[in-house]
Ligand binder design. Sequence first.
Ligand code: AMP
Length: 296
Amino acid sequence: MAWLFGFIVICGAYSTMIQLNSKQALSGLVAQWKTSGKTIGVVMTMGALHEGHLALVEAARKDNDHVVATIFVNPKQFDRAEDLQNYPVDTASDLEKLQAAGVDAVYLPTPEDIYPQGYATKIVATAMQDCLCGATRPGHMDGVTTVVSKLLVRTGADHAYFGQKDYQQFKLVERVAADLDLPVAIVGIPTVREADGLALSSRNRRLDREQRAQAVAIPEALKSAAAALHSGKSWDEVRAEAEGKILDAGFSKLDYLDLRRESDLSEVLELKEGEAVRLFVAGFIGTVRLIDNLPV
Ligand code: AMP
């Protein structure tokens, strides 16, 4: 029963949230829930929480008896030291938000708890990697699929919730869970946006006022690109227009602007009846890299 001493209980007006910092404390709680036949939903985050994360929590609350949220800024998924160093951290406010959202337990592991000395295993999906963020952020997707696999095992989740804002991540996690026979359903949740269309992201906190105004060029360009494709314009033409709009707005560089199938993320050159496709974009505004995607 050592795990009993490994957690802190946060009491609020409406709910009680358990805070866990070690693998042992988490597995003790998970074992207790499983023994009493309860279902578990997990929402994995890197903190600096916003309404997008909370939409995942809300879905998890509806489908499961208990919800675990994780907050871990996973060093293995950062390809730029500058991005890791500047990643926003706001734990006190995150805990308040999770508690108010009705999360039962929050797991805040240290890097050593996830990757103890001697740790030497990677979980790598070999499909859907050579494009989008898989191609432009070396090692990023492997870092994601590795930590997600570990957290799926540790939380014993029946359902795990991922935002479609990170669509490639969602598809790779689905692939890995299926390939490793993990007994979990991977659920994709639509992107939550600001009133002007900008996708919520923890990285938006790093935009100054001017950059924040410029950033809206991304959803606006995606929206008009989708409309132009439906009106019969060629992808080449639509692509050039969308890229121009984003760069003219103040983005310094685009990593990609692609049209791809939802099924396997392969490239599409024209719309076909009955085929689900999405526009995908990643671009830099100052040193901040923003991504977005939109079903067409
Ligand atoms: P992060 O903390 O950025 O690693 O994100 C944690 C989870 O929240 C991932 O599954 C993301 O896809 C999801 N997420 C982040 N932003 C949004 C958003 N704007 N709408 C929906 N889900 C999101």
